[in-house]
Design a protein around this ligand. Structure first.
Ligand code: ADP
Ligand code: MG
Length: 380
């Protein structure tokens, strides 16, 4: 059964009727630019072929209902404030709340969700879920919300209703990415450039390796990184660390008296530059040459930002030893996925090399797939 069929079946089972339509929104991998989003910096995600699909139909009682193939019972709610709906239903109630907060009349609907985006693996199943619900509500209600304003609404749902202090990366990727493109996003202006990203034409592939490492301390550590970056920007007298350039970095570091703060700052400043360098190389078709930037990004996340875990470090090392041009953890960290840039005909060998390294370390086996840049949120 396809994901769309699963969503339709879940809808019929929960509500005893046919859905009026289907919407889809993807998970994402971030090619480069980690933790730069909430520092007003640059990111470069692309959409995964894995998507969350919503079967949607009108509500009969003026309330909203949502069910999911991962949870047996529908969650039903009326107009709510943050804190009133908890658990996985909060992502949906949060989107309704954030749309209403933005001044929109949100149509009451019934929703059934199905997804092949791995949950809690750092490829943003939460943003896929928010984005599909947001897009469906906008289309069904005929709401006037331009594409570039949508990610911030979904982000408010996650920040203020669910309570996760994430940046704008995930929702921007799920909503604004295009097939065959990587999304170069300025997280300050929300300006985007769609960068051609056809790896197959170059004989290349991005292998995504889910470390399957247990996610631990994610929210607390994420919030701590964010606080340190904000404190550093404030100590340096800038709006955000985006405003420090690589040539200015040595002087900026001298003005910070805390070593942790210095290392967090160095990661953000150098990572922003690596995004810009990656974009330049991709624009001029020098795709293989982004490899060292990916690997440098990983070292920076491991040593300066301290957000990796042994499973992702081992995956990166094994991928590089098997001949990858570059490899890095992708996503917020503390587990999640690694991506490796490989010759297309070496993808299986790379996945096997990582699996062997995991066996040697007695880690839970990884799961790997080749990711091709897919479309963003859409009506089906
Ligand atoms: P990630 O976004 O990296 O996958 P998060 O912890 O941010 O990890 O989000 C995962 C959570 O999102 C799940 O625990 C669940 O509450 C919710 N979620 C995501 N997709 C679905 C879905 N299809 N059905 C129900 N809940 C979902
Ligand atoms: Mg998430």
């Amino acid at each position: 059964m396809s994901i769309q069929e699963a969503a339709g079946a879940a809808f019929r089972q929960a509500y005893g009727t046919e859905p009026a339509g289907f919407w889809a929104a993807p998970g994402r991998v971030n090619l480069i630019g980690e933790h730069t989003d909430y520092n007003d910096g640059f990111v470069l995600p692309f959409a995964l072929p894995q998507r969350t699909i919503a079967a949607v139909g009108p509500s009969t009682d003026g309330r909203w209902s949502v069910c999911s193939t991962i949870a047996a019972d529908p969650v039903t709610f009326g107009v709510t404030e943050p804190g009133e709906v908890t658990g996985w239903g909060a992502y949906v109630a949060g989107v309704v709340w954030a749309l209403r907060e933005a001044g929109h009349e949100v149509p009451p609907v019934r929703i059934a969700l199905a997804s092949d985006v791995p949950l809690g693996a750092g490829v943003s199943s939460s943003a896929a879920m928010e984005s599909v619900v947001l897009t469906a509500l906008i289309d069904v209600g005929g709401l006037d919300v331009p594409l570039e304003k949508r990610p911030a609404i979904a982000q408010r749902a996650e920040n203020l209703y669910v309570g996760a202090p994430t940046g704008i990366l995930d929702q921007s990727a799920s909503i604004r990415c295009q097939e065959g493109r990587a999304l170069f996003l300025d997280c300050r202006s929300y300006e985007v450039e769609q960068i051609p990203f056809d790896l197959a034409a170059e004989g290349l592939a991005i292998l995504v390796i889910n470390s399957n490492a247990p996610h631990q301390h994610v929210d607390g550590e994420y919030g701590a990184r964010r606080k340190t970056c904000e404190a550093s920007a404030s100590a340096l007298g800038v709006t955000a660390l985006r405003d420090v350039s690589v040539p200015e970095l040595p002087q900026a570091l001298e003005r910070l008296d805390d070593d942790v703060m210095r290392r967090r700052t160095r990661h953000i400043v150098t990572e922003n530059q690596r995004v810009l360098d990656t974009v330049s190389l991709l624009r001029s078709g020098r795709v293989r040459e982004i490899g060292p930037l990916l690997t440098a990004s990983h070292a920076s996340m491991r040593d300066d930002f301290e957000i990796t875990v042994p499973q992702v470090d081992v995956a990166v090392q094994a991928a590089l030893e098997s001949g990858a041009y570059g490899a890095r953890m992708t996503g917020g960290g503390f587990g999640g996925c690694v991506l490796a840039l490989v010759d297309a005909d070496r993808a299986d060998a790379c996945a096997a090399a990582v699996a062997t390294a995991y066996e040697q370390h007695e880690f839970t086996a990884p799961t790997s797939w080749v990711a091709v840049a897919g479309p963003g949120a859409t009506r089906l």
